[in-house]
Design a protein around this ligand. Structure first.
Ligand code: NAI
Length: 247
């Protein structure tokens, strides 16, 4: 039987890369989809033939279509797992940002990049994945979305991020049960606290001692749980340092 295949967005760094390595070690084939072409191509060389890189900006719908098509074909007509993991936290907030005015003296629109990467792209990804999961030998599949504790508790320092991540939590709760029932696809969400990656702000690294930060291992355990237990769908896993707490 052919190996199970995963597609991991944002797989070229941080949590996505750790998950890639974790699944490769367990005998999976993994497609890394990332906007960072340089890092992705370099990884392809070091990770070996069970991995492949596809350059994709998840905010561009045609990139997502191409990325899924690539993963399904490269995986020899199977795509067992979709990790909607790519994320950024660089949106302007609404309380400290000063309005940039247009020629009429009206405020220009806010930069909503964080909403696009962390929410809209996740919704589109789940939508497209359904199409491919139906064609799997198992006639189904698995999705894990990377949200954040900022999606469970309001985080006033980054309102766009917190809003996008909380919507991801609700997305999993909304589509998890019907996707499972009608499509044999489980949809779950993980909510890590701070993990030492490029995205974790330097301020946080200074403020929190290492032992107060979610361990990558906890994150990987949550992935394992959702990949192994097909009864779990629409579930929200808050990741404290070492514990997985279902919300
Ligand atoms: P990271 O910055 O190390 O990795 C994010 C990856 O996403 C990068 O490789 C980046 O190139 C990619 N990416 C960004 N925009 C993209 C786009 N438009 N299209 C495709 N790829 C894109 O950060 P990290 O920490 O590994 O983040 C992964 C996920 O975990 C994110 O969704 C983040 O919000 C979430 N998270 C991270 C926490 C942390 O403390 N590091 C805590 C809670 C959640």
């Amino acid at each position: 039987m052919s190996k199970p295949v995963a597609l991991i967005t944002g797989g070229a760094s941080g949590i996505g890369l750790a998950t890639t390595k974790h699944l490769l070690a367990k005998g999976w084939k993994v497609v890394i989809a990332d906007i960072n072409e340089e890092a992705g191509k370099a990884l392809e060389k070091v990770l070996g033939p069970s991995s492949s890189f596809v350059r994709a900006d998840v905010t561009v719908y045609s990139d997502q279509i191409a990325m899924f098509k690539y993963a399904f074909t490269w995986g020899e007509n199977r795509l067992d797992f979709f990790a909607a993991n790519a994320g950024v936290d660089d949106g302007q907030d609404m309380h400290t940002s000063v309005e940039d005015l247009d020629e009429n003296g009206d405020p220009k629109p806010l930069n909503l990049k964080t909403m696009e990467v962390d929410l809209t792209a996740v919704i589109q990804g789940c939508w497209i994945y359904k199409h491919y999961a139906r064609k799997n030998p198992t006639r189904g599949g698995k999705i894990v979305i990377t949200s954040s504790v900022a999606g469970l508790y309001a985080s006033p320092i980054n309102p766009q991020y917190s809003t996008a991540k909380s919507a991801c939590v609700q997305l999993a709760r909304c589509i998890g049960p019907p996707f499972s029932k009608n499509e044999n696809i489980t949809v779950n969400v993980i909510c890590p606290a701070f993990i030492m990656t490029a995205l974790c702000p330097p301020k946080i690294r200074e403020l929190f001692p290492k032992d107060q930060i979610t361990k990558m291992e906890t994150c990987l355990n949550a992935y394992d749980k959702f990949l192994q237990d097909s009864t779990l769908t629409g579930q929200v896993a808050e990741l404290s340092i070492e514990k997985i707490i279902f919300r």
